[in-house]
Design a protein around this ligand. Sequence first.
Ligand code: NDP
Ligand code: MG
Length: 386
Amino acid sequence: MKKQIAILGSTGSIGTQALQVIAEHSDLYEVYALTANNRVELLIEQARQFMPEAVVIGNETKYSQLKEALSGLPIKVYAGDEALAQIVEAGPIDVVLTAMVGFAGLKPTINAIRAKKKIALANKETLVVAGELVNELAQQYGTAILPVDSEHSAVFQCLVGEVGNKIEKVILTASGGPFRTCTMEQLKTVTKVQALKHPNWDMGAKITIDSASMMNKGFEVIEAKWLFGLKPEQVEVVVHPQSIIHSMVQFEDGAVKAQLGVPDMRVPIQYALSYPDRLSSSFDRLDFSKCGNLTFEQPDIKRFRNLALAYEALHQAGNMPCIVNAANEIAVAAFLRNRVSFLGMSDVIEKVMQTVSFIKSPMYDDYVATDAEAREVAKELMNFKI
Ligand code: NDP
Ligand code: MG
């Protein structure tokens, strides 16, 4: 029996690479459902190639175009947020790859967990916002959450065979992004065009900006806490500009295990689908004679204040990471429209953290309300409407 895969966000960077993995292993995997938000043409093309049972487009105004283009094919077509959240519950689905961006991933992920689907988790915002709730549900429903994020996949791979062995700390590597060597003065005037040029990874716009500001690494610290049951002080970040070591685990005897490879997201995507097995792949191999020096440096939380803000949210806990995530989503959207400066994004996030009501033990509805409130506050601060 082929594993049935649902991809939430199939038209994005992770989604399209996941489809390449599935195409390479069509003897093992089949696409059950594909979803997108706006890019309807690409979704149509993917549906014709992979012939899923169902497709969902988030933006309802694109429904008729999608429906018409796929008429005559045995593919069910749906639209809207409710359909996106519900499609994951379909009986035959084995694995849900959460590759959509932002808070919007929370509801479908929770639904998938409740429907006992294995989660291949790329949408880190889900764990940033509601890691505690998501973990509780995963435990309650006996659902496995397998990391797709390269750092967390690296940690996960280092932990194979280590059941019961104590982790001293996890060391997440960060490329440092395009502004790693910029002075504070230079950071004042960097543009979105510069920020969108990541040195090592080709990713969607939102995570590329998060990588430039190091909010991505802050989110990954929070993600690591929930995925591996760590205390905040057990998660360390080291800047490693070559992105060859994808992350490391230090055990209580002082031994450190690392996972290495060329920066190619298809490797962790494939591992999340095939775990505990490894499958063959046609991807590039690491050539040590060509990769030169591997270097390491401390992250600078003065220049990259978002990293400090994420640590602050992690320590405060409750709904604070949810507040930071929502403020950041709006700040990034505004930065991409030239409505706030690069450094201005951190000012906005900090203000929103101080303004939105703190809830110590939030429930699902609290997260939804917090997210909405934080977005509004962030928009008001920038006089920004979307
Ligand atoms: P992209 O922007 O490339 O793709 C996002 C996908 O999600 C698209 O299919 C998009 O549809 C869809 N989408 C966006 N917003 C919504 C919404 N509100 N409702 C429904 N669907 C939506 O992002 P990435 O692939 O880069 O990232 C996806 C997730 O994976 C993020 O959480 C990111 O942090 C994480 N991740 C990404 C990595 C990477 O290398 N790219 C690495 C590690 C983690 P449409 O195309 O129609 O807009
Ligand atoms: Mg990552």
